[in-house]
Ligand binder design. Structure first.
Ligand code: MG
Ligand code: MG
Ligand code: MG
Length: 308
C-alpha cells in the first residue's frame, strides 16, 4: 500500500505562526525522514507574505478539507472548530501548540506537545535544540518571524522568557536586527486599505464554543485605530451578516494598536456577556480595552469565564 504524505497545517485564517511553524515542522520531520507536506487552510496575510518575500519562498499549498484517515500534524491549534473541514475523520498523529485544549479528541494515541509559551515556533525551536539538529537561516527567519508576530515584538502578556531567548538566538543565526525587521514585518500586516469589510473581519478570526453559546473574536493590527474606524458602519454590517450566517451569539472585533499596545473593540450581539466579563459598558458598539493585545490571554478566557 502506498504510504500517505502526512499533512502539516495551522489554523484557519492562518497567521504568521501557523504558516511559518508548518514550514519549520515540515523541515524538522523531513530531517527525521518522514514524508510530510506543509499546507495551509486559508489566504496568506500581508504580514506573513512579507516573511515569505524576505525568504523568496512560496506559500504552502492551499487545502479546504482533509479526507478520512488522512494522517495530519496540527501546529498552532487543536480545536476542531479552528481546523480543517473533515478533521474529525483524519488521523491526528501530532499536535504542537500553545493554546488551551478544547473541542479536541482522538481515537488513536498521538504525540501531543502543549506549552504555555507565546508562540508555537518557540516549541519548535526547543525541539531542534533537543535533537541537536542544526537550524538553518531559512528556518531561523521563519521561527523568529512567528515569535515576533505572536508576541507583538515581546509586548504581549503571552510572551515568556523562552520566546525572547529563542528569538534572540534565532536572530543571531539569521543575522537580523529584531526591532528593525520586526517593526517592518508588523507594519506590513497593518495595511488594511484594500480589504472589504468582509475580508477584514476574516483576516484573523476565531470561533469559540461554550455549551450552546458561540462567539467569534477577530483581530486586526493597526498603527492607527481611527483609520480602521472610518469604516465602522460597514464593518458592523459585515459582522452582523457573519453572525446571522454562522449562528454566533457574540462577535468581538479587536482593533489592536501595535505601537501603544491597546485595543479598541467593536462588540455586537450579546453585549451583556462582554460587559459582565470586562466590567465595562459597550457604547455605540465600542469598548476600549486598555493594555489588551492578546485574544488568547486577555479576551477569550475572560468571556469564557463570564459564561460559566
Ligand atoms: Mg495562531
Ligand atoms: Mg501561535
Ligand atoms: Mg495571533
Amino acid at each position: 500500500m502506498e504510504e500517505k504524505n502526512i499533512l502539516i497545517f495551522g489554523h484557519k485564517n492562518p497567521d504568521t505562526d501557523s504558516i511559518c511553524s508548518s514550514l519549520v515542522m515540515e523541515k524538522f520531520d523531513k530531517n527525521l525522514g518522514f514524508s510530510v507536506e506543509a499546507v495551509r487552510l486559508g489566504e496568506v496575510n500581508k504580514e506573513t507574505q512579507y516573511v515569505l518575500n524576505y525568504l523568496n519562498l512560496s506559500a504552502p499549498r492551499l487545502i479546504h478539507e482533509v479526507n478520512e484517515g488522512q494522517p495530519v500534524v496540527l501546529v498552532d491549534h487543536n480545536e476542531f472548530t479552528q481546523s480543517a473541514n473533515g478533521i474529525e475523520k483524519a488521523t491526528i498523529e501530532t499536535v504542537i501548540d500553545h493554546h488551551r485544549i478544547a473541542n479536541f479528541q482522538t481515537t488513536e494515541p498521538l504525540y501531543y506537545r502543549a506549552e504555555p509559551v507565546g508562540c508555537t515556533a518557540t516549541i519548535l525551536y526547543k525541539k531542534f535544540k533537543e535533537l541537536n539538529m542544526e537550524i538553518e537561516k531559512k528556518e531561523a527567519v521563519l521561527m523568529l518571524s512567528a515569535i515576533i508576530s505572536d508576541t507583538l515584538l515581546f509586548k504581549s502578556p503571552t510572551c515568556t522568557i523562552e520566546d525572547k531567548t529563542a528569538c534572540e538566538n534565532l536572530a543571531h543565526i539569521a543575522n537580523i536586527d529584531i526591532d528593525t525587521y520586526g517593526l517592518e514585518m508588523l507594519k506590513a500586516g497593518t495595511d488594511l486599505s484594500d480589504f472589504t469589510p468582509e475580508e477584514l473581519i476574516n483576516l484573523d478570526s476565531k470561533e469559540f464554543i461554550n455549551g450552546d453559546f458561540k462567539f467569534q473574536v477577530a483581530q486586526v493590527n493597526t498603527a492607527c485605530i481611527e483609520d480602521v474606524l472610518q469604516n465602522k458602519v460597514d464593518i458592523e454590517n459585515a459582522m452582523t451578516n457573519f453572525m446571522t450566517q454562522n449562528g454566533s451569539n457574540l462577535f468581538i472585533l479587536l482593533i489592536t494598536d501595535i505601537l501603544n499596545s491597546n485595543s479598541q473593540s467593536i462588540v455586537l450581539g450579546d453585549t451583556t456577556i462582554f460587559e459582565k466579563a470586562f466590567s465595562k459598558p459597550v457604547e455605540n458598539n465600542l469598548a476600549f480595552l486598555e493594555g489588551v493585545v492578546s485574544r488568547k490571554k486577555q479576551v477569550a478566557p475572560i468571556i469564557l469565564n463570564a459564561l460559566t
